[in-house]
Design a protein around this ligand. Structure first.
Ligand code: NAD
Length: 250
């Protein structure tokens, strides 16, 4: 799966799944664009990616802001003159409830990062992806395909369900241009998403909710993203690929 000289833009690549994905693409020869609202985290990922000798561009941006997304595309094209692969990965979560009304204050923030950013950036990137006959991978979640009792993050699940449908509908729109669009739907995966989102939560004990009684490593999700972006997956578009240790089975 060589990505030599491909330009790959990954949002939320300062940490977790995005950082693992940036590193894996860099290892396979890609030039990577690291986008994150945390400059510090983005720079840590960038330093790791640089060991492979390809170009690394860091852009500090809040993906929930249209102006920042304009800046992301402008800087990417100024630097590389092309974009081959877009990974809409930045995500955030809030502990909230529909019943006590706390969701009313958090809904927009979650939707703007997890859904709207992917929609807007996909549109901004479309001409370049079409020119490159490239592809898009959206990082969704198994939470977007199932509803569970006691789940404390309703905006998050709604945003991921919508992101799955955005994946399908954009795959149809892009199909005639040869651009493929897929989503990965991870189950629990050891990252700092709760701390980075400033909300309570832990992955401790999540293994008992999966059939395989373990949770994902971010590198495993990165491996799936690279596969979907590769020519090995050239017949796959519009699909939401669950990687959850069998959580959705239970
Ligand atoms: P993470 O917090 O480790 O990484 C997410 C990165 O996104 C962080 O560096 C954060 O700064 C960045 N980010 C958040 N809001 C941003 C914004 N407005 N603008 C720019 N950057 C922003 O979390 P992660 O678990 O690696 O999450 C990556 C993706 O994977 C998310 O879409 C998440 O919903 C999804 N996911 C995670 C899990 C899990 O269990 N960790 C499971 C399913 C899906």
């Amino acid at each position: 799966m060589s990505f030599a000289n491909k330009v790959v833009l990954i949002t939320g690549s300062g940490s977790g799944i995005g950082a693992a994905t940036a590193l894996s693409f860099a290892e396979e020869g890609a030039h990577v664009v690291i986008v994150d609202c945390s400059e510090e985290r983005a720079n840590v990922t960038a330093e790791k990616c640089k060991q492979f000798g390809n170009k690394v561009l860091v852009i500090t941006a809040d993906v929930s802001k249209k102006d920042d997304l304009d800046k992301v595309m402008k800087k990417t094209i100024e630097e590389f003159r092309r974009l081959d692969i877009l990974v809409n990965n930045a995500g955030t979560v809030r502990e909230e409830s529909i019943l006590d009304g706390t969701l009313i204050d958090t809904f927009d923030d979650v939707m703007n990062v997890n859904l709207r950013a992917a929609v807007v950036l996909t549109s901004l990137a479309a001409p370049y992806l079409i020119e490159a006959k490239g592809c898009i991978i959206n990082t969704s979640s198994v939470a977007g395909v199932e509803a569970r009792t006691g789940y404390k993050y309703p905006s998050y699940t709604i945003s991921k369900a919508a992101l799955n449908h955005f994946t399908r509908i954009s795959a149809m729109e892009f199909a005639s241009s040869g651009v493929r669009v897929n989503a990965v739907n991870p189950g629990p995966c050891f990252t700092n998403i709760f701390a980075n989102s400033g909300t309570p939560g832990t992955f401790e004990g999540s293994d008992k909710f999966t059939a395989l009684k373990k949770i994902c490593d971010p590198v495993e999700v990165a491996n799936l993203i690279l596969y979907l972006a590769s020519d090995k997956a050239k017949s796959i578009t519009g699909c939401c690929h669950v990687i959850d240790n069998g959580m959705a089975l239970l």
